[in-house]
Design a protein around this ligand. Structure first.
Ligand SMILES: NC(=O)c1ccc[n+]([C@@H]2O[C@H](COP(=O)([O-])OP(=O)(O)OC[C@H]3O[C@@H](n4cnc5c(N)ncnc54)[C@H](OP(=O)(O)O)[C@@H]3O)[C@@H](O)[C@H]2O)c1
Length: 270
């Protein structure tokens, strides 16, 4: 698995990590055991960055439990998601308990109350309980606000959506992130599953075989990671074998213009 410098931060990140929205919001023993199997598959295949949020129900807690004994081998990215300063403090206290007193990348979810929550995250960083302060948004209508936050110089990374059918970040967010030296985490790499519901015939991927791509989800992930302004993509899955498959997109060689255009054409045609 290739690792990349995470912008100008102190971190290097694996290019494939894992999200936990929906997939880790489980409340029974079987669900928690399955989450652990997915985390095992991720760690074994080098996909050692995990993203969560208090917005994702039980996911933060379930991820913390699944990492049991292995916390120091991985990177955890989670979020503060509340308009309230006191609830923000409580969310941080819970996350720090789940993750051994350290959150590697702490993000303001959807820019909610970002001025207040930035103060909290900066304080936690001063106390060495956070390594990188970041912000996320999923909606192009909020990218203007996201740019403003990026330009304050107070965040070191962003999490944004990017896939062949959601390319808004190409216009301003990715160029600005590269100019400012920010780390970039890519959410929704498989279009929330919509891009993999229908899959192309395997011979249409023949031109991608020399790039180590054997499946359509791998083609989509490699499409993202071949833009070197993106540092890590975080597909979510509830299946260990899919985690291994997704991690298989994390090695060079990277696509050139032609291969990226091919993947985009296929995605548009499905
Ligand atoms: N969606 C958002 O608006 C949003 C916002 C902020 C942050 N995020 C973060 O970004 C992460 C990723 O985004 P996402 O979860 O929305 O969507 P995604 O990763 O683009 O897609 C996840 C879906 O793809 C399926 N999948 C994964 N690997 C597959 C494979 N190899 N073959 C076939 N299907 C596969 C999963 O189903 P199975 O479980 O059945 O494999 C799941 O339904 C989130 O988990 C979260 O951490 C998302």
């Amino acid at each position: 698995m290739e690792r990349r410098a995470f912008g100008n931060t102190e971190l290097t990140v694996p290019v494939v990590g894992m999200g936990t929205w929906q997939t880790f919001d489980v409340r029974d023993r079987a669900g928690e055991q399955n989450a652990r199997a997915v985390v095992d598959a991720a760690i074994e295949s080098g996909a050692t960055l995990f993203d969560s949020s208090p917005m994702y129900g039980e996911s933060e807690r379930v991820l913390g439990a699944a990492l049991d004994g292995r916390r120091s081998n991985v990177l955890v990215a989670t979020k503060i998601w509340t308009p309230s300063a006191s609830e923000g403090e409580q969310q941080a206290a819970r996350a720090l308990k789940y993750y051994g007193g350290l959150v590697d990348i702490y993000q303001i979810h959807n820019l909610v109350a970002w001025t207040e929550q930035l103060e909290l995250l900066e304080r936690l960083k001063d106390e060495a309980r956070v390594r990188v302060v970041a912000a996320t948004h999923y909606a192009p209508s909020a990218f203007r606000d996201l740019r403003r936050v990026m330009e304050t110089g107070r965040i070191e990374a962003v999490q944004i959506p990017y896939n062949p059918l959601e390319r808004d970040v190409e216009r301003e967010i990715l160029p600005l992130a590269a100019d400012l030296g920010l780390g970039v985490i890519v959410m929704r790499p498989l279009g929330q599953g919509g891009l993999v519901k229908r899959q192309p015939a395997s011979d249409s991927l023949a031109a991608l075989r020399d790039f180590g791509v054997t499946t359509w989800p791998q083609a989509l992930l490699k499409w993202i990671l071949s833009d070197l302004r993106c540092h890590v993509a975080i597909p979510a899955t509830s299946r260990p074998e899919r985690m291994r498959e997704n991690a298989g997109a994390g090695d060079p060689p990277w696509f050139g213009t032609e291969e990226r255009a091919l993947v985009a054409r296929i995605a548009e045609s499905l």
